[in-house]
Design a protein around this ligand. Structure first.
Ligand SMILES: Cc1cc2nc3c(=O)[nH]c(=O)nc-3n(C[C@H](O)[C@H](O)[C@H](O)COP(=O)(O)OP(=O)(O)OC[C@H]3O[C@@H](n4cnc5c(N)ncnc54)[C@H](O)[C@@H]3O)c2cc1C
Length: 293
């Protein structure tokens, strides 16, 4: 029987123990609730140390969604995790940690002509770039932790990199996101999603309701030297992956801005390539070009 975390007291002890066994029955992947594993996941690249309730390493996206549903039904906090290289404590919490970096690691397709790739959230940046390089493509944001940073974590952090002023951050390179809300509801966020899907529209309205009253203040306080794409500005594309991404608040017309949506199921990322280099005519080597505004 796993040793119960010290912070889990009273009735919670029973709930915690039940979760450890029920989750193990629910999925093929790994359920690691013992102290050793909890301590392994108690740190990230930040100064913080927070012991999680336990760790789940799903064997697939569908299993991850099952775990999300279970945690929602049993009122257990959940924290998705990639490479754990975040600097501000985002990847540690008193929660069930859902580690995507082990098994959800497939580059599902790479379309050189469209310069897009469909990747699972645990795909590491260097892995994606290795797959894209033969086509003369690469993913623009170049975080220093590219050997370990996952696309899920980059999207969660809206990661940038040394060249982000020129090439943009992760948000500027998202074409579509398949996401799961905390209760396991699956949604696809892409351009125009809010017009097709009432659930996405409701999310967008909810975000807009939070951000709109603050828009004037955000505009007034944002430093002038920030590049235009980082400023608060009305933007079409309600419900798009960009609008729903974990980046800075940007009230859009008709609505969406920033939300954190829990476990992402599948991300389609855009690789920057040479404009005009169509199918069958890849540029000779990898290169990056400024993203379109
Ligand atoms: C030495 C060093 C240099 C760095 N350089 C840079 C840099 O140049 N630019 C930069 O932007 N950052 C940098 N970072 C920060 C960090 O490495 C990046 O932000 C990286 O992209 C995070 O990826 P990760 O997979 O480690 O994410 P994690 O740390 O695992 O997670 C980051 C956040 O995303 C969430 N998340 C993870 N996976 C999912 C998912 N599937 N669904 C939903 N949410 C998810 C987590 O809950 C967490 O909030 C640096 C860090 C270090 C230690």
């Amino acid at each position: 029987m796993p040793d119960v975390p010290l912070a889990v007291i009273g009735d919670e002890r029973r709930r915690w123990l039940r979760a450890a066994f029920e989750l193990a029955d629910l999925i093929e992947g790994e359920v690691r609730f013992d102290r050793h594993d909890r301590m392994l996941y108690a740190t990230d690249a930040s100064i913080y140390q927070v012991e999680p309730l336990g760790v789940v390493i799903p064997a697939s996206i569908d299993e991850a969604v099952k775990v999300m549903r279970y945690c929602h039904q049993h009122d257990l906090p959940l924290l998705p995790r990639g490479g754990g290289t975040a600097l501000a404590g985002q990847s540690v919490n008193r929660a069930v940690v859902l580690d995507f970096s082990r098994h959800c690691t497939a580059v599902r397709d790479l379309d050189p002509a469209a310069a897009t790739a469909t990747v699972e959230p645990g795909v590491v940046l260097d892995q994606l770039n290795r797959a894209a390089a033969p086509h003369g493509l690469m993913f623009g944001p170049d975080v220093a932790t590219s050997t370990h940073a996952t696309l899920g974590g980059m999207i969660g952090n809206n990661s940038a990199g040394a060249h982000s002023i020129l090439y943009g951050r992760t948000v500027e390179h998202l074409a579509a996101l398949d996401v799961a809300l905390a209760d396991g509801t699956r949604l696809t966020l892409d351009e125009g999603a809010a017009e097709r899907d009432e659930q996405v529209a409701a999310l967008a309205r909810g975000v807009a309701d939070i951000v709109r009253p603050l828009a004037a203040e955000i505009r007034a306080r944002l430093p002038d030297h920030y590049p235009p794409r980082r400023r608060v500005q009305p933007r079409p594309g309600a419900g798009s992956a960009r609008g729903m991404h974990g980046g800075p608040a940007r009230p859009a017309e008709p609505g969406p801005s920033r939300v954190r949506l829990g476990g992402n199921a599948r991300h389609r990322a855009r690789c920057d390539g040479e404009p005009g280099a169509g199918a069958g005519a890849p540029p000779a080597g990898p290169r990056r070009l400024p993203v379109a505004r």
